[in-house]
Each structure stands twice: as C-alpha cells, then as structure tokens.
Write a protein that binds this ligand. Structure first.
Ligand code: 13P
Length: 266
C-alpha cells in the first residue's frame, strides 16, 4: 500500500507568479529528498481551475499528480452552463483527478446528493479519479451523528453503482474518500486519532458492503493536518493519508506531512 498526501489549495495562491513559486519550492524539495524519504507516498495538488493548465505543464515528468477542486454537474463535456468547467475540460487541461463534495462546496454552493451523483458520474465517465469528501459539522458531532451523516453522504456511491453498475470497473483505483470533519477544517481543532480510526473503519466497511470490489478502499483524513500532528495520524493503519489545506501552501510543511506518512508505511 502507498499513502496519499493531497494538497487542496482552495482559492490560493492569489497570483500565477505565486503559484509558480510554490510549485518551484515543491519540486525542488521533492527532488532533493532522499528517494526513500517520500517513496511510499503519492503526492497530489489541487489548484484553482485558472491555474490547472500551467500547474500540469510544470508537473510534467515529476511524480506529483494534479487534481481539480470541482467539476460541472450539468454536463461531462460542453453546454450552456456559464461559469462551469466540465470533466472533459479538466481532463484536457491535464488533471487526472478531481475533488468532489468538499464541505465548502456543500456549504456555499448547496451541493446536494443528486448534484454530487451527477458530478461523480461525469468524472468517472471522463476517466477522472474522484477524491470524495465527507464529514460532519460541529453540531452533528456534538449530537453523536457522525456515522449517520457519513452513511447519508456515502449513499451517493451506493446510488451510483445501482444506476450504473458498469462503473464498478476500475472504481477501486479511481475513488478515494477524504473524511474531513467540518469543525476541524482550518480551525486547529482535530478529533483524536482513535476517533478518526473508528470512523475510517466504518467508511471502509460501508464501501465494502456496497460492492465486494470496494474492499479496503483508501480513506484519507483532512482537517488541520500539519507537520506536527501528521505522525500521529500516519501511525494509525486505518488512515491512508491526508487531504491538506493550509499546510499544503508551503512546500516545507506539505513535504513534512508526506514524509510522516511515507515513514509510517515502511
Ligand atoms: P485545513 O488543512 O486548512 O484544515 O483544510 C483541510 C481541507 O479542507 C482540505 O480539503
């Protein structure tokens, strides 16, 4: 097994100049690391749409993958959908993955079950891998509803396979779940490793119950992961990597997180 450490840059950096500087730092750090230092860790970055093409050009020949942060729900290719960017356009820009269902999309864009089902179908039919984000709010956590919330969010995958059973082909290698408690995102607050571990175990069992091919799927933790706490998450066998926001905007902290997960795989 390999670990995955994915940087979700969100609406950062502000300029293409700063994107280039971040990538230069990242690629310099990657190439200067001992091969074995991050060998067991697959790195990926998810820039804004506007920077996707340039980032992909710069990453050519490196081991770092590139993802979009979202895709259009309306069409997998083209259409009259002002402001949208389709799965086909994302793939054409060179990205091989997309994040879907991030809590910021669910919160600010009211992304629903049906919307995410559409997006997931479009991504997979255009051969994009999907990093599907799930997680409970603070109020849901306090009310001990975490697993119920997660079950409802994972039902998108269940419905996808009911509607289009042929999509199971290749899905194990093209689906990653990112468990991100909303209350842990950008707050510095984190659940205990034991809590994350139990939730990840539940996610893995739920996916396997949808289809035997989804046995032991990759499940990442996201929410205030940094260079200081990465080791503790990495040490747990249920945590297959991290989806990183703030700490992915500096090459040094992003690589430190990758090293933590790579070490833990050894
Ligand atoms: P932070 O690492 O900044 O908490 O963000 C996590 C996140 O939302 C990644 O998708």
């Amino acid at each position: 097994m390999q670990a995955w450490v994915i940087g979700n840059w969100k609406q950062n950096p502000a300029t293409s100049h700063d994107v280039k500087a971040l990538l230069d730092d990242l690629l310099t750090a990657v190439s200067s690391k001992e091969q074995s230092d991050i060998a067991a860790c697959q790195l990926m970055v998810a820039p804004s749409f506007i920077h996707l093409t340039a980032v992909n050009e710069r990453l050519k020949g490196s081991s770092v993958l590139c993802a979009a942060q979202d895709i259009s729900a309306h069409s997998a290719s083209t259409g009259a959908y002002t402001g949208d960017c389709s799965a086909q356009q994302i793939a054409d820009a060179g990205a091989t993955w997309t994040i879907l269902g991030h809590s910021e999309r669910r919160q600010y864009h009211q992304e629903s079950h049906d919307c995410l089902l559409q997006k997931m179908t479009h991504a997979l039919t255009q051969n994009l891998g999907v990093i599907f984000c799930i997680g409970e709010t603070q109020a849901q956590y306090d009310a001990k509803q975490t697993l119920a919330v997660i079950d409802a969010q994972l039902a998108v995958i269940k419905d996808l396979l009911t509607q289009q059973p042929e999509l199971i082909e290749g899905l194990p290698a093209r689906l990653i779940i990112a468990y991100e408690p909303v209350w842990a995102i950008g707050t510095g607050k984190v659940p205990t490793v034991a809590e994350v571990s139990a939730t990840h175990q539940h996610i893995k069992q739920t996916l396997a119950s949808f289809n035997a091919a989804l046995d032991n799927m990759t499940v990442l933790y996201g929410g205030s992961v940094n260079a200081d706490n990465a080791d503790s998450f990495a040490a747990d066998s249920m945590i297959d990597g991290a989806l990183v926001g703030g700490a992915s905007l500096k090459a040094e902290s992003f690589l430190a997180i990758a090293q933590a997960f790579s070490r833990a795989m050894a």
